[in-house]
Structures are given as C-alpha cells and as structure tokens.
Design a binder for this molecule. Structure first.
Ligand code: GLU
Length: 302
C-alpha cells in the first residue's frame, strides 16, 4: 500500500477583477497565492471576477491572462468567469428568500446619508417598513448571529461583530447583480477552494463571506491576508494611483522585486534565471511565517 503524501487537498486561487491591466500590487498577490499553492503541491486556479458588467471589460481579462503567462504563473483547470454564474447567484438568492433570511431594501445612498448611516451599520429601516414589491429593490441578508471569528494565517485570530460593524448587508443590487460577497462565497465553494491568499484590504469582507458560507451550508476556506502594497501616502497601489502595467516591465527584475516585498532574500544570480526558474526558487524557499501581520507595505518608488 502506498501512502499519498501530496497536499492535493490544497486548492488556491487568484481572482482579479478585469478593470484594467495587471499592476504590481495584483502581481504581488498572484505570486504569493501561486507560491503558497505550489509549495503545498496544490492547485492554483484562476477566476476572473467580472461580476460587474459596467466596470469589467473582456479586453482586460484577456490581457491579464497573457500577463500571467508572461510571468510563468500558469493556472490549473479552465479559467472560471463570474459572468457565467448569474443563474447560480439567483438560485442562492431564491434559497435564502425561501428561508426568509433576506428582505428587499429601497434605501438610496442619499437616504442613508441623511440618517447618518452611510458607512455605518444599516438600521434595518426596510425590514421595519417593507417597500412595495413592485418597486425595484436591493436585497439585504438578516444577521441571525453576531460575531464571526476565524484564524488568519498572517493576521492571527480575527473577530468581527457584524451586528455592530456592518448590520444587515446587501447581497443583491437593485440592478439585479449579485454582491461581491455573495458571488465570492458561492464561487469559492464551486471551485472547491481550500486556501485563499489575498490582500489585507479584503480582511474586512471576510466575516461577511463566512456568514454567507454558514447560511448557505458551504465549507469555509483557510484565509491568509497579506499586507497591501501602498505608496508613501498610504494609498493602495492601483490603476488609480498610477501603478504601471507589469506587462511592460522586465519579467526577471519585476519578479525579483516582488519576492523582496514577500520578504525573500533572493540571491544575485536569480536575475539570470527564467521566470519559471525564479518562481521555482521561491517555491522551495517559501514560508508564510515570513509575512508580517500588518495592513500595508509601503513601496516608495514603484
Ligand atoms: N476580485 C477581487 C479584487 O480584485 C478579489 C476577490 C478575492 O480575492 O476575494 O479585488
């Protein structure tokens, strides 16, 4: 009898939103999730988070795929597109509605602002004053439990009180697009993702996603939220803050720079390696324990 020692139970993913070309901040997340998956002999899946038809473009999606290949970040299985998942999101919504876990909400941003709850906790106004069913409405999920706790592999034990931090939250928009939280909870389950490595900016979303996993009886992946790369003003590197398209940069130098951000100390000869060889070196020297539990990592000159 042979013993299976591979970690084939590990299924990681990278889930970019195709709102622009891949920049250094997203390449860094892609590299971290790829290396962690491969260091566990796991699979690394690619999901294109093209949920929002107004913000996402298929040209950007194909450009991102090409750039990942350019950097030798080869994914396993077929690319998964959220655009193909609208029926599954609707099915989950119907399921939650059948269990009376949700209610329609007509509150506009202006009304929320007027009631001083713009970024605060929703006051369940539409639960207490149900809008007429003829009006187009967003859908909110009721909070049946309060605190959600989980162990983040980088940030440690995290506890969030959804009742005092968020309130009943939107899972379906008025224009009938599923919310990011609902789509991610369902898609991670559909792709049988076991490990999520992503930026610290999404740490705050995790409790909501776990709450949805619980209500929909989905399994909960392991989480690791790595510091987000930011400029000297503390703003996350993004298209908006002028981060460059990494497709235009040299693969070796850029990968080595990214390894530095992940606290590797790459030897000088790595510049002579191919992209694939650089990643192999990183896989052999990887430890998530080297990542510091912090929100941001400031990159002075990106
Ligand atoms: N699509 C999201 C983004 O680009 C990431 C989703 C996730 O990792 O959960 O910010």
């Amino acid at each position: 009898m042979t013993t299976d020692t591979s970690d084939s139970w590990y299924r990681g993913r990278f889930a970019p939103s195709p709102t622009g070309p891949l920049h250094i901040g997203s390449l860094y997340t892609a590299v971290a999730s790829f290396i962690d998956a491969k260091a566990h002999n796991g699979q690394w899946l690619l999901r294109i988070d093209d949920l929002d038809p107004l913000r996402c473009k298929s040209e950007h999606a194909s450009q991102i795929l090409k750039t990942l290949e350019q950097y030798a970040l080869y994914w396993d299985e077929d690319v998964f597109y959220q655009q193909t998942r609208y029926p599954a999101y609707q099915y989950a919504l119907d399921d939650l509605r059948d269990q009376s876990f949700v209610y329609p909400c007509r509150c506009s941003r202006k009304e929320l602002e007027k009631r001083h709850i713009n970024k605060g906790v929703y006051d369940a106004y539409c639960f207490k004053h149900p809008p007429s069913s003829k009006q187009a409405s967003a859908v909110r999920i009721k909070l049946l439990s309060d605190s959600i706790s989980f162990n983040d592999q980088v940030q440690g034990r995290i506890t969030q009180s959804l009742k005092s931090d968020v309130g009943d939250f939107i899972i379906y928009r008025k224009d009938k697009v599923a919310s990011y939280h609902l789509a991610v909870a369902l898609d991670d389950a559909e792709q049988r993702i076991t490990h999520i490595v992503r930026g610290h900016d999404l740490l705050d979303s995790t409790a909501r996603q776990i709450y949805l996993q619980q209500q929909l009886h989905l399994s909960q992946p392991n989480y690791a939220h790595i510091p987000v790369l930011s400029d000297i003003n503390g703003d996350k590197l993004s298209k908006r803050t002028g981060a460059e398209d990494v497709a235009l940069l040299g693969v070796n130098h850029t990968l080595i720079k990214v390894l530095g951000y992940l606290n590797f100390q790459p030897p000088a000869e790595l510049v002579t390696y191919t992209g694939s060889e650089i990643l192999d070196w990183a896989i052999n020297h990887w430890s998530m324990a080297n990542i510091k539990p912090r929100a941001t990592l400031t990159i002075p000159n990106h």
